[in-house]
Design a protein around this ligand. Structure first.
Ligand code: F6R
Length: 241
């Protein structure tokens, strides 16, 4: 595991974007696994700047996102579909038909998960998977549990995740309680993994996930077993290690 210490959020974002840009430059037809949440927003901003300077071409890129809330329509400004358009897709020349997320509007979980697994298999696997880190160690929406889930599945979000997400919704009742997420096996099958982490509130989980035992109770700890992981974290997030 390669850990890059950045001074602050801006430097973390710049360095993470450089790694993604390097992936796109070296393999223009690559498959990027993408994440939402607050941490990668700066990374996406930097990628948009790369594109605006004329230094990056997304026209041959395919993307598969980690997860989507179950029950939110695409035009809901809290859906991950909306987030990706807002933060990246509409600002670069990616082919929208080659950008994929689980279908949150599909109420039949089995159908939604199978369809998404089929998509991930059909694009030929992920070259570079970008991840944020949940306070409880979740990656995607793989919450702490007794075993590592393999492929796309429907999860009941934990109380801590629902509370963390509440800041984006009008009331607690509006926060979706379920989501579709890629499984741990799919993430582990990515050729490269890039984790972005920022802030002192993530310091304890950085320590537990990357320096503690590998356990499904801390899902991100499984990344210690991946052969090509880069963690880009700011000083605050690394303050306990
Ligand atoms: C987002 C996702 C989540 C977030 C995590 C951290 O697609 O899958 O695992 O990466 O909840 O979120 P932030 O970056 O908001 O702290």
């Amino acid at each position: 595991m390669n850990i890059i210490k950045a001074k602050d959020y801006d430097e973390m974002s710049r360095r993470a974007a450089n790694i993604i840009a390097a992936q796109v430059l070296s393999k223009p037809e690559c498959v990027l696994g993408l994440a939402t949440g607050s941490t990668p927003i700066g990374t996406y901003k930097n990628l948009v700047e790369w594109y605006n300077r004329g230094d990056l071409d997304f026209s041959k890129v395919t993307s598969v996102n980690l997860d989507e809330y179950k029950g939110l329509t695409k035009d809901n400004d809290q859906s991950y579909y909306y987030f990706m358009n807002d933060n990246l897709f509409q600002h670069v020349n990616i082919n929208k038909e080659r950008t994929f997320l689980p279908d949150g509007t599909e109420s039949d979980s089995e159908k939604a998960c199978k369809a998404y697994n089929d998509i991930i298999h059909s694009v030929g696997g992920i070259d570079l998977q970008l991840l944020g880190l949940g306070h409880n160690g979740h990656i995607g929406f793989n919450e702490p549990c007794d075993c590592f889930e393999l492929e796309t599945h429907c999860v009941d979000l934990t109380e801590s995740t629902i509370k963390a997400n509440q800041r984006f919704f009008a009331t607690y009742d509006d926060v979706p309680k379920q989501a579709y997420t890629m499984g741990i096996k799919t993430i582990m099958n990515a050729k490269k993994v890039l984790v972005v982490v920022s802030g002192a509130d993530k310091a304890q989980i950085v320590k537990d996930a990357f320096f503690g035992p590998v356990t499904p109770l801390v899902p991100a700890s499984v990344l210690q077993l991946h052969p090509d992981v880069t963690v880009v974290a700011d000083e605050a997030a690394l303050s306990l290690v």
